[in-house]
Structures are given as structure tokens and as C-alpha cells.
Design a binder for this molecule. Structure first.
Ligand SMILES: [Zn+2]
Length: 150
């Protein structure tokens, strides 16, 4: 009887220590885990060929962003007023020489305006129609933000 009593009284202490150890271990982990949740945004692969610029992964960029390719197309056309054609349902061929940095800048602008939530900056968004107006709805924080007109 006495033996079991001592065992019982000592066991909770051990458990507490064990939990404390776990806590300490756990606390050293989360910070890094949280920071590693970064969203990977597509990068435009483009090249200048003569007087044209070929945005090789144009359609893939739109798909990776889960946005309509026509929307991205319209946006690009507004940013660089030039004529262009979509080739092989894959690339966008623009008239004029635009370096890759410029193309990526435009893509970045598009992401900021049409993909990232204006409140929490997360890309978990969808474009919905509300009262006949297209808006950006964030599934992460619930915010609804206006979209720029194209
Ligand atoms: Zn949000």
C-alpha cells in the first residue's frame, strides 16, 4: 500500500516535467514553421526575339495564379499598349522589345491587384460578382476588396 502511494505521488511530478520538456521543445519550433509558409508566385519567363517579346509561360502564369488568362491578358495590354497574340495556348507574343524585368514587374502588379488580399496579403482569393461588380474575396480572412477596372 505504502509503495503504491509513493509511486502515485511521484508519477504526476514526472509527467509535469515531461510536459514542460515538451513545451520547451515545441516552443523552439513554431517560429520557423510559421515563417516558412511563404507563397510561391509564378515568375514570367520571357525573351526578346527581334522586335518581339515572347512571354513563354504566359498561360501557366495565369493558371498558377488561378486567374482567367483573359484577365491577365487584358491587364498586360493595359500596362503595355501594344498588339499581341497568344501562341499555342501557352505563350504570349508581344510586339516590341520588353526585358524580362519589365514583364515580371507587370506580373507583380497584376498579382498585387488581382490575386493578393488587400487586407491580409494572402493569395487565397477568388474573384466573385457582387451586385454586378467583380470583387476579390479572400477565403483566409473574409475581406472583400474592389478590383481595378480594366
Ligand atoms: Zn485576406
Amino acid at each position: 500500500m505504502t509503495k503504491s502511494k509513493t509511486e502515485q505521488s511521484s508519477s504526476p511530478k514526472l509527467e509535469l516535467n515531461y510536459n514542460q520538456l515538451l513545451d520547451r521543445l515545441y516552443m523552439s519550433l513554431p517560429q520557423k514553421a510559421k515563417e516558412s509558409v511563404r507563397y510561391e508566385m509564378p515568375t514570367a519567363i520571357s525573351m526578346i526575339q527581334g522586335k518581339q517579346t515572347i512571354w513563354k509561360n504566359f498561360i501557366k502564369c495565369a493558371k498558377d495564379l488561378d486567374r482567367d488568362q483573359n484577365l491577365l491578358y487584358k491587364f498586360v495590354m493595359k500596362e503595355i499598349s501594344t498588339s499581341s497574340t497568344i501562341v499555342n495556348n501557352q505563350a504570349l507574343v508581344l510586339n516590341g522589345a520588353f526585358d524580362n524585368q519589365k514583364i515580371n514587374l507587370i506580373l507583380e502588379k497584376f498579382i498585387n491587384a488581382f490575386v493578393l488580399c488587400s487586407e491580409c496579403k494572402k493569395p487565397d482569393t477568388t474573384i466573385i460578382t457582387q451586385h454586378n461588380i467583380k470583387v476579390l474575396k479572400c477565403s483566409a480572412c473574409g475581406a472583400i476588396s474592389a478590383l481595378p477596372k480594366l
